[in-house]
Design a protein around this ligand. Sequence first.
Ligand SMILES: [Zn+2]
Length: 552
Amino acid sequence: MNSEIEQIKSRLNIVDVVGEYIKLEKAGINYRALCPFHNEKTPSFFVSPSRQMWHCFGGCNEGGDIFKFVMKIEGIEFIDALKLLAKKAGVQLKTSSKKYEEIKTQREKLLDICKKATIFFSTQLNKSKTGLEAKDYLMKRGLKEETIKEWKIGYAPSTWDSLCNYLIGLGYERKDIIDAGLASEKFFDRFRSRIIFPICDFNGQPVGFTGRVFNSDDEAKYLNTPNTLLYDKSQALYGLDKAKVEIRKNDSCVLVEGNVDCIMSHQSGIKNCLAVSGTALTPAHLGIIKRFSNNLILSFDMDLAGNNATKKGIDMALKNGFNVKVISMNSEKDPADIILSSGEDEWEKIIKEAKPINQFYFDLSFKDRDVKSVEDQKRIVSELLPIFKKIDNTIEQTYWIQKLAEKLSIREDDIRQEMKKVNLSKQEVEVQKEKAGKSRKELLEETILSMALIEPSIVETLTEEQKKLFTFLEKENNDSYIIMKSELLKEEDIDINEEWHKCVYEIEKIYKEEKRKKIMADIKEKEKEGSFEEVKKLLLEFNKLTKKDDKK
Ligand SMILES: [Zn+2]
């Protein structure tokens, strides 16, 4: 297995592998990015091509090779990461050997089942009578033959056991078919009489399905795979495997509600488009999108009344530093209909004309309202003030307050008075804070170590007393993390001598303070015990520490 790992590593470049998942920026000889594993506003995630390593110097303080990265970002075990990367590298793992058979993971089994089910559904769409009717319906909605193929759209027949029998016939176990979300507990087909849209993971493998009712009086128009080992609806983004590169290239992500909207957008050439699958926007969705772009263009059904799911999603996006724009579709049609009836150019134009979120709210609030009517004025104010109150930037906030005052012919001061009365709920005020980083002491120790790596002789400038104090210097240090940090430091073009003395001075103070605190605690302890000789000794030591500092 070891030689296979080495082989994979030698064929893949960490910059390409990591770069597929997150947006990397060149920073000297290394690459930098916002860490995908913790919430941050300034990038502290680094990738070193020369070392083929990554490291987060921020909240996580973690790092490793491509395997560790893929395991962490995909949330999978080593063996699955190995298989995934082997495929990417074109390295044949010796799957015939018994060892690999034994470690055919549950995840792999479920992936197999979903893949086979996708083939089954696709065959049904192209061969069965009702399937062909469903296909006809899709084509009438504007989908081309090759699009249907590309998105692996299928059809689930009306029978109760076709898929289950098919999968059992292929040798899969009942329990695994249920675990893949394709059969109910009583073992009958979950999806019946439905057009099937496979939902793929980041790498294009089907992990779940959305079924849209077809030729049936089932009341649930859409049905999704329940949460499984592979599929979590709060994280699933429809079209991610196809859109990820385009989102990065365009530095924007168009988010729509329906699968067909998403597919039609791609077909029309707007390929930086995703759909949320049967759920509101979640923090997990935003975390994934943020790896590729900070610019969101939403095409959602919007409504100002109340604090609905869409509004919550937008607030969340704003708090996470997204620029949010909203597409307004006057005709109240969905994107798929617009593309079909008005053409691809119209869709592109609508996206270009998307309004910044506050402008959108503002216009929406005034729509069909009479600015002369006091009742309508009150409605507008009560809709908009909670939104404006949440704007962090004072200049922007003032802009909107002035605009509102002007349009309603009310004094700005009165609006500000009203705004003071608005109470945002606790949840709305709560801002997701960056995970607490390392302590100042840890950071200083790291910096001192990396400087010692750049210029080993500098350690000799320390006094004997300092050397005794800085026990961390004695540790063997070939930590790749410190090496990377020293490389970054070298690129910063700083005066090492000056920086060294600053850091040494500061850390010495921290150590002494720690020591003083410890002595104080010991003194209290000894006093309680009544060992006054000990107390006297400790006091002397304490005074010595303090005096030395005074002399400086
Ligand atoms: Zn991190």
